[in-house]
Ligand binder design. Structure first.
Ligand SMILES: *[C@@H]1O[C@H](CO)[C@@H](O)[C@H](O)[C@H]1NC(C)=O
Ligand SMILES: *[C@@H]1O[C@H](CO)[C@@H](O)[C@H](O)[C@H]1NC(C)=O
Ligand SMILES: *[C@@H]1O[C@H](CO)[C@@H](O)[C@H](O)[C@H]1NC(C)=O
Ligand SMILES: *[C@@H]1O[C@H](CO)[C@@H](O)[C@H](O)[C@H]1NC(C)=O
Length: 467
């Protein structure tokens, strides 16, 4: 229960709207507390959480920019950027649940002991179901600014009249993100011969929808999320639920984990979309936020991450496509031809990036994330908010290096996640020769093929035993 505020006794005598105004005049202690929650918003995190320098200067390349450079003898040949769309509105389902929770709070008589309930009853419900997951104005800015930073980081690749291949998932928020990214680059790049600005390619960007085995075994299999369901009913969530119920003066039976999660999501949406700390945030302490972050990560882990092999194997189509384009660029370079696709930008979802990163072995913890190891996972690598916030981006850069000057192999690769160089597992360095990289992923390159991975077995086995 939140500490009683100095004005609570007085507020008791007033109707709820006046009580809310009074609350606004009081020192903003619970509102300040909310600033500490934003690191735990999981997949609803702002991009600024992973790059805080952008808060002050959205076009700054940040403190790591200089360290990521290769020797001057290397020139970038090809850049492939996989993007998650920018900041979006809640989905229709989330908006509906929020509407129900909000209506319930408004129906209740003003209770003096519940300033949080009064503040929430006075909060204006402004989300409409028609917003359903669409790109928010902030999401357009996320994309325009990301485009400008990438162009500033790789000026030679983004120079005028280079050819840009821009593809996207068919979801409205991704198409809009692609268009915003394009605008951010300015008019000088060439789109090649095809007229369309953004090409829709769901088989690459929404491979999960097209993978029959994933759909049957994970997406449509209720039992696949058993760890998530167990955590919702477990002691950590129970404690958060009881605290929230008590702050709202609701019987705990009237709440459930999903409603608590909607309240927390609303806190995150209001910050990401409107840049405000809403009264929904005051329901939660930092400890509560950690529990709700874990709930979000558990779902990502079992649905998009290491939980089941098919989650990551379904991304083989994208993995293969990346290496095919790298191969082609190397071929063209070796035969002194112009690089046909120097810039490939593809816009998808957190669900596009997370499986690919898992396929490549990144952010893997020694132990799986489970309902019963919340405490042991306190320092886990698998934190969605750090990996796939809004506008998350995974960039592969292929370089051609002048051997005489560097004594390094001719073709080198870097990977950047959210504009920061990643350490390759095989070398623990931020650059790798292309040959070493292909050698490290030899097994996936040779044996992981979408069609075979995603085909359902002919015999009818029930999914869960097989997982
Ligand atoms: C999507 O990309 C894949 C791999 O590059 C390609 O084979 C396929 O033709 C593309 N689909 C569309 C609709 O462009
Ligand atoms: C968001 O709000 C903070 C604090 O009120 C302010 O400093 C910052 O400039 C705002 N950011 C944007 C993008 O409006
Ligand atoms: C990898 O390199 C970083 C510094 O770049 C170092 O801190 C870390 O200990 C290294 N890890 C391994 C496993 O060698
Ligand atoms: C597999 O089982 C499901 C439900 O048990 C059934 O609907 C489906 O027709 C079966 N498929 C085959 C190929 O036997």
């Amino acid at each position: 229960m939140a500490p009683r505020r100095p004005g609570a006794a007085l507020a008791a005598a007033l109707p709820s709207a006046a009580a809310f105004l009074l609350l606004l005049l009081l020192p903003p202690s619970p509102l300040l507390a909310a600033a500490g929650l934003s690191g735990y918003f999981g997949t609803k995190s702002r991009y600024e959480e992973v790059n805080p320098h952008l808060v002050h200067d959205p076009l700054s390349l940040g403190p790591g920019a200089a360290g990521a450079r290769l020797p001057a003898a290397c020139a970038p040949l090809q850049l492939r950027a996989l993007l998650r769309h920018g900041t979006r509105y809640p989905t229709a389902g989330q908006i509906r649940r929020l509407g129900q929770l909000h209506a319930r709070l408004r129906r209740r008589p003003a209770a003096a002991a519940c300033p949080a309930a009064a503040a929430l009853a006075a909060w204006q419900m402004w989300y409409e179901e028609s917003l359903d997951g669409r790109l928010a104005p902030q999401g357009r800015r996320d994309m325009e600014q990301l485009a400008r930073r990438l162009a500033a980081r790789f000026p030679a690749l983004f120079a005028a009249r280079r050819r840009l291949l821009l593809a996207s998932s068919s979801k409205h928020r991704c198409l809009q993100s692609g268009a915003a990214f394009r605008r951010g680059l300015g008019p000088s790049l060439s789109l090649g011969t095809d007229e369309v600005e953004v090409e829709v390619n769901d088989s690459l960007m929404r491979f999960f929808d097209h993978c029959a085995k994933f759909v049957a075994w994970v997406e449509e299999n209720d039992a696949a999320m058993c760890q998530v369901d167990a955590f919702k009913e477990g002691p950590e969530m129970r404690k958060v639920l009881e605290k929230v119920a008590s702050a709202l003066c609701l019987p705990a039976e009237e709440l459930n984990a999903d409603l608590v999660q909607v309240a927390f999501l609303t806190c995150s949406y209001e910050l990401a979309i409107k840049n405000v700390t809403s009264p929904w945030c005051s329901l939660f302490s930092e400890e509560d936020a950690k529990v709700l972050e874990y709930l979000n990560d558990l779902k990502q882990y079992w649905k998009r991450g290491y939980g089941y092999d098919i989650n990551s194997r379904s991304s083989c189509i994208l993995f293969q496509d990346i290496f095919q384009h790298l191969d082609k660029a190397v071929e063209e370079s070796k035969s002194s031809k112009p690089i046909s696709s120097p810039l490939i930008v593809q816009v998808g979802h957190a669900e596009t990036l997370q499986p690919l990163l898992a396929l490549m072995g990144f952010f893997k913890d020694d132990e799986p994330l489970k309902a019963n190891n919340y405490v042991r996972q306190a320092h886990r690598k698998f934190r969605s908010g750090r990996i796939v916030p809004y506008a998350a981006n995974l960039v592969f850069v292929l370089y051609h290096c002048d051997q005489v000057k560097t004594s390094k192999e001719e073709y080198q690769v870097q990977m950047l996640l959210n504009e920061k160089p990643m350490l390759f597992h095989h070398s623990n360095e931020t650059t790798s020769t292309y040959a070493d990289l292909k050698d490290y992923y030899k097994d996936i390159l040779e044996n992981c093929h979408f069609k075979e991975e995603c085909e359902l077995p002919k015999v009818n086995v029930t999914a869960v035993d097989e997982l």
